[in-house]
Design a protein. Structure first.
Length: 177
């Protein structure tokens, strides 16, 4: 993933980006101003008279100024280099932070998916168990109905037999009278 895309996932990305862009803009302005100042110094601000003492004094002053300016420019470059290195370090820190944040989010997502999968498996097992229990209940209910029908059939058969016996007994008793 592109670091710029990864950075946009951070809550403060826009603020940090604005700070770093402003800092880079300021650094580039300072560099441009320094280069313009060097050009002005090199071009000079007046005419130089050849062979005069003033020229030698001006030269020594210019040399001193240029030496001083060189030192200042060197310090400025060093400062800019340090600032650039600090900016690079900060970018590395942010990139590392974003990378760790992404890893953390990925870990959370994977844990969430694992839990969701475990929940689905348990839910499916529960459904299967409930379906088996329902089938068992229906089987017991069917067996009970079958036994009840057999009991009624036997009871009806007994009642019919009893009625036949009573009818035969009544018929014998009525014949003998």
């Amino acid at each position: 993933m592109d670091p710029a895309e990864a950075g946009r996932q951070c809550a403060f990305y826009d603020e940090l980006d604005a700070i770093f862009k402003q800092r880079d803009k300021f650094a580039s302005q300072m560099t441009v101003e320094g280069e313009q100042g060097q050009r002005r110094m090199l071009s000079g601000n007046g005419t130089i008279m050849v062979g005069s003492e003033e020229e030698s004094e001006d030269d020594t002053e210019e040399e001193a100024d240029t030496e001083e300016e060189r030192k200042q420019r060197k310090k400025k470059r060093k400062r800019m280099t340090i600032e650039n290195s600090k900016a690079l370090v900060m970018q590395e820190v942010l990139a590392d932070f974003f990378h760790r944040q992404q890893k953390l989010e990925e870990t959370w997502r994977q844990d969430l998916e694992r839990r969701e999968q475990a929940r689905r498996v348990k839910e499916e097992e529960w459904r299967e168990a409930m379906q088996r229990l329902e089938e068992e209940r229906l089987g017991r209910e069917r067996e009970w109905r079958e036994r009840e029908e057999m009991r009624r059939a036997q009871e009806d058969a007994r009642a019919e037999k009893r009625d036949q016996l009573f009818a035969a007994l009544i018929a014998k008793l009525t014949q003998g009278l």
